[in-house]
Structures are given as structure tokens and as C-alpha cells.
Design a protein around this ligand. Structure first.
Ligand code: HEM
Length: 406
């Protein structure tokens, strides 16, 4: 049996509840937010460490280091939460590839969880200790955390990349005909791809700093000099970050498998062009530009990257006869409706309420009293949550009754 047939046979026999392209679109979309927070976390962590080693009592680096330590702390939790959605969508349409890849590197897939826990605990230790006049040796916790986060990125990368290489699975599973069930190897790493994606953390923290300086313009405890320091540092990081990341991207472009049509593919070059455009813009950025616009530009780059990863995946799997559009579809309208109303109602209203509240509260020094519209948004969020819980249980109970008693 050839591996293409194996892959198609390993698909979930229950099929998918709506057209596969819907899940593909959601996978691409949700991954943008996952990787945005990966970048923000790694960039903020790197900057926090740099600032920590360049601090002097009361100087801007000390302040920035403490602020970025908090950003990375929150960032890790968000990158984890936001990683779940693309993970679920990958498992819906690319389940054979994802599970094979995970089983072939089982120990690493499990080690991923533990290293992430240890890394996050280590970052918390740094966070608790990194205050004015902190002892130098506590920096070790930050270094350990950053190293483990980079290792986790490498594991994620290997799991993603191995999934694209079904032609090699048998060699990894039974090298020389001897079955190896240890799962102890990361079988394939494409360094330019890894370095490129992870390296985008540098421009990401750059555009973040520009937005950070803008955000705190309303607060007198963030003096103009400090904000100017953050903004010009951000501009430099963004300019150099976008410029230098072109190198690993171009190397990645040149090592795609021949005949896959990837090296000349327009989406790959659009990605390169978006980096050049961002670098050019960051170079010429002036104080009149709204501070949040560079973040929007950065998300645009990530949207092209997300799309490009999918184009690369399709090109790798096509020769094996794997095409998501042939996935069995068993349309299930109630669950699709429940999904989208959850996405829009809970994600939009409850998530929107939290975001608005945090955004508004952070811009006020001292005690924040919610404005009328924020208070109303809060009431709406609680109401929609109540409705959602009621529908969720009613739906489950209705199915249980129908299956068990009718
Ligand atoms: C510090 C922790 C993490 C880092 C540094 C990280 C980094 C990355 C990177 C660099 C990629 C792209 C790999 C590539 O395309 O070559 C990626 C993909 C991905 N990550 Fe993460 N990640 C982390 C944690 C997580 C967690 C906790 C989850 C799930 C809850 C997750 C879910 C995903 C998914 C679903 C993909 C796409 C896989 C695919 O398309 O095949 N990540 N991550």
C-alpha cells in the first residue's frame, strides 16, 4: 500500500461537519494570532533580558526590562490559549499527518509540555525578582526560560515539518527495517524556516514598542522621554528586524523541493515584498504616524506567512494524493451553528468586553471607573455567557434524551 492511500485511510471515518475549506480558512486565521503572541513573547523576553543586563538604577533600560518581563509573562499564556484553535483545525483536516508526526517524535511531543511548564515557571521566578536593584544572578531564570521557549518552538517546527514529508515516514518508523517505537528523535528540521519564523520576534517587539509608546501617551507616570526612548528603540528594532529576516526567508525560498512550484510561487515572494515594504516604512516612520499602524502592518505580514505555510503544505502533500477537499463531509448544522455563534457571541462580545476593559483601564492612572458603554458591554457579556451555557446544556441533554429514550 502506498503512503498516499495510508494517509487517506487514516482520516477520521466520521468525516468533518462542514466543508473542509472552512476549517482550512479558520486554521490559517487563528494561527496568525498564535504566532503573533509567540513573536511578542520571545521578542519581549529577549528585550527584558537585554534591558536587565544594561540597567542602572532608575534608567530607561531598567524600566523597560521590568515592563517587558510583564509583557512576556502575559504573552506566554496568550500564545498557549491561542495555539489551541489552530491545533484543533489542523487535527480536523490534517489529522493523519499531525498524529503520525507526533507519534514519530512522541517523547518530544510530551517533553514539549514539560519544558513549557518549566520555562514558564522560570520566567515567573524572573518576574518576581526583576525589580529595582535586583541581584544580577536572577537573570539566569530568564535565560533558562527563553532557551526552553526556543526549544518549544523547535519542537513545534519539527512536528509541523515532519507532517509535510510522508515519503520519509517509513524510514523514520523502521530505519533499516527495524521498528523504532521510541519516539526519541526529531527527524526533520528545516533551519531557515525555523530561524525565519522565530526571528520575526525582533521586528514584532519593535512594532509593539511603537504602539506601547502611543498607548501610554495619556499617562503622566510614563514621561515623554521614556516613551520617546521606547518608540525610537522600537523603530530601530522593527527596521533591522524586518530587513535581516529577509535573509532566512530567501534561503528558505531557495531550498523548497524542486518541482513543487514553490520557489517561484507568488505568495512566497509577496511575503518577501511585505518584509521589504515594512522595513522601508519603519525607516521613514515619523511622529505623525499613528502608533498602532505598524502593529497592523506586522499582522499583515503574519497573514501572508500563515497563507504561505498552507501553500507550502498543500504543495508537499499533493504528490501523495492528499487533498483536503476530498475529506468526507457529514454536514451537521446544529454544531456548525453552535460553533459560529460561540465564536462570534463569546469570542466577540465576551472577548471584546475584556479587551476593551483592559485597554481603557490601562490608559488611566490610578482607579479606573468604567464608562457607560464599557459597563453595558459587561452586562451584554454576562448575558451572552448565560445564554450560551443554557444552549450548551439544552443541546447536550436533547441529544442524550433522543439517543437514550426515543
Ligand atoms: C513557547 C511555546 C511555543 C512556541 C515558541 C511556538 C512556536 C511555533 C512556531 C515557530 C510554529 C511554526 C512552525 C513552522 O511552521 O515551522 C508553531 C506552529 C504551531 N503552534 Fe506553536 N509554539 C508554542 C506553543 C504552542 C502551543 C502551547 C500550542 C497549542 C496549544 C501551539 C500550537 C501550534 C500549532 C497548531 C501550530 C501549527 C502546526 C501546523 O500547522 O502544522 N504552539 N508554533
Amino acid at each position: 500500500m502506498d503512503i498516499g492511500t495510508v494517509m487517506n485511510t487514516m482520516r477520521d471515518p466520521a468525516g468533518v461537519p462542514a466543508h473542509p475549506v472552512l476549517f482550512q480558512g479558520l486554521m490559517i486565521l487563528t494561527w496568525i494570532f498564535h504566532i503573533a503572541f509567540v513573536h511578542l513573547t520571545l521578542g519581549a523576553a529577549g528585550l527584558a533580558i537585554y534591558g536587565f543586563h544594561h540597567r542602572a538604577t532608575g534608567n530607561d533600560w531598567e524600566r523597560l526590562s521590568m515592563a517587558m518581563t510583564k509583557v512576556a509573562k502575559v504573552g506566554v499564556s496568550l500564545l498557549i490559549v491561542l495555539g489551541v484553535a489552530p491545533l484543533l483545525f489542523t487535527q480536523v483536516i490534517y489529522d493523519p499527518q499531525w498524529y503520525v508526526s507526533n507519534v514519530l517524535s512522541g517523547r518530544w511531543a510530551i517533553a514539549f509540555i514539560f519544558t513549557l511548564i518549566v520555562g514558564y515557571c522560570s520566567w515567573f521566578a524572573f518576574y518576581y525578582a526583576n525589580h529595582e536593584g535586583a541581584k544580577k544572578h536572577i537573570g539566569i531564570f530568564a535565560w533558562i526560560a527563553l532557551a526552553l521557549f526556543c526549544l518549544d518552538g523547535l519542537i513545534m517546527h519539527a512536528l509541523s515539518y515532519q507532517a509535510l514529508l510522508p515519503g520519509q515516514w517509513m524510514n523514520w518508523y523502521a530505519p533499516g527495517g527495524m521498528v523504532d517505537t521510541s519516539g526519541s528523535a526529531l527527524h526533520a528540521i528545516q533551519w531557515p524556516r525555523y530561524v525565519f519564523i522565530m526571528g520575526l520576534s525582533v521586528p514584532a517587539v519593535g512594532v509593539f514598542l511603537i504602539a506601547y509608546a502611543h498607548y501610554f501617551a495619556t499617562r503622566s507616570d510614563r514621561e515623554p522621554e521614556y516613551r520617546q526612548f521606547a518608540r525610537s528603540l522600537g523603530q530601530r528594532l522593527a527596521y533591522w528586524g524586518f530587513s535581516v529576516s529577509l535573509i532566512p526567508l530567501l534561503v528558505w525560498q531557495l531550498i523548497h523541493p524542486s518541482g513543487a512550484g514553490l520557489t517561484a510561487h507568488p505568495v512566497g515572494w509577496l511575503l518577501a515584498l511585505s518584509l521589504v515594504a515594512m522595513a522601508y516604512w519603519m525607516r521613514r516612520l515619523n511622529d505623525r504616524t499613528h502608533g498602532y499602524l505598524p502593529v497592523a502592518g506586522g499582522l499583515g505580514v503574519l497573514a501572508v506567512l500563515a497563507l504561505w505555510r498552507e501553500v507550502v503544505r498543500i504543495a508537499h502533500l499533493k504528490p501523495f494524493g492528499y487533498d483536503i477537499t476530498t475529506y468526507t463531509v457529514h454536514v451537521d448544522w446544529p454544531s456548525t451553528l453552535l460553533f459560529f455563534t460561540t465564536f462570534i457571541g463569546l469570542g466577540g462580545l465576551v472577548g471584546g468586553f475584556y479587551l476593551t476593559l483592559l485597554y481603557r483601564a490601562g490608559r488611566v492612572q490610578g482607579l479606573y471607573t468604567a464608562e457607560r458603554f464599557v459597563a453595558r458591554l459587561g452586562t451584554g457579556a454576562v448575558a451572552v455567557l448565560g445564554v450560551w451555557i443554557a444552549v450548551f446544556f439544552a443541546y447536550g441533554i436533547a441529544i442524550w434524551v433522543r439517543n437514550s429514550f426515543l
